[in-house]
Design a protein around this ligand. Structure first.
Ligand code: DX5
Ligand code: ZN
Length: 235
């Protein structure tokens, strides 16, 4: 059955403890932590302190989605908080594309230093965590194939990262079956997670396409009945 990860980015930070508690009581499976450095994405969020707090409050598995240009500098500090997954972007080896209005997105085309990607994966595992690799919407699926043998999770972004509450970008529907096909052909077993603009209007289609984990931020925290929301997302 599909798993739901609630993204704390959309929680009410004035009542963060209570918000974290409702993730489990509503029946979600994971807590998704969005870490932003103001360089890789046009926003700054929070660091390991919030990850440690959330791990203390909630027994659920946590994933740290690192939207940072130098994940190498933060692997050990997040591993120490007890998060189960550390996910980083393949676009750390990409180029910055200006989107106007003070926004941008990094895109990866040809990876100049493939060994760097492999080293980050290796270091995450050495730190005792599951390793996740993620792709921004403009990055083609094929760019990730050389690394999928090593990873535990593939995160496909369905918004340009930086903010909660953005509109879903439907091109991800083509990437999911391609990733699932590659996984089967090569006898791999990474999980496929989808993040950005996910809610009741697209969950069914995403699950049908082959998603294993759906991240829900605004749709979860904005719901008036979070328990029924999770129930509906899974059915
Ligand atoms: C976007 C983040 C997402 C986001 C999800 O940069 O990586 O995890 O917070 O929030 P919603 O579900 O509101 O798009
Ligand atoms: Zn995220």
């Amino acid at each position: 059955m599909v798993k739901i990860a609630s993204s704390l980015l959309a929680a009410d930070f004035a009542h963060l403890g209570d918000e974290i508690r409702t993730v489990q009581s509503a029946g979600a499976d994971m807590v998704h932590l969005d870490i932003m450095d103001g360089h890789f994405v046009p926003n700054i969020s929070f660091g390991p302190a919030v990850a440690a707090l959330s791990k203390l409050i909630s027994p659920l598995p946590h994933d740290a989605h690192l939207m940072v240009t130098e994940p190498e500098n933060y692997i050990e500090s997040f591993a120490k908080t007890g998060v189960e997954y550390i996910i980083f972007h393949i676009e750390i080896e990409g180029i910055k594309k200006d989107l106007g209005a003070g926004k941008w997105v990094y895109v990866a085309d040809n990876i100049r230093h493939p060994q760097r990607i492999k080293n980050v994966i290796e270091r995450i595992k050495k730190a005792g965590c599951k390793a996740g690799l993620t792709l921004n919407p403009p990055t083609k699926m094929e760019v990730a194939y050389p690394y999928l043998k090593e990873v535990d999770l593939l995160l496909l972004m369905s918004v340009n990262p930086g903010f909660a509450g953005q509109k879903f970008i439907p091109e991800v529907y083509e990437k999911i079956p391609a990733a699932a096909h590659h996984r089967q052909e090569n006898k791999l077993n990474f999980e496929i997670m989808i993040d950005g603009g996910v809610g009741l209007d697209n969950a069914r289609e995403l699950i049908k396409s082959g998603a294993d984990i759906l991240v829900a931020g605004s749709s979860f925290f904005g719901s008036s009945d979070r328990t029924s929301f999770i129930h509906q997302m899974k059915s």
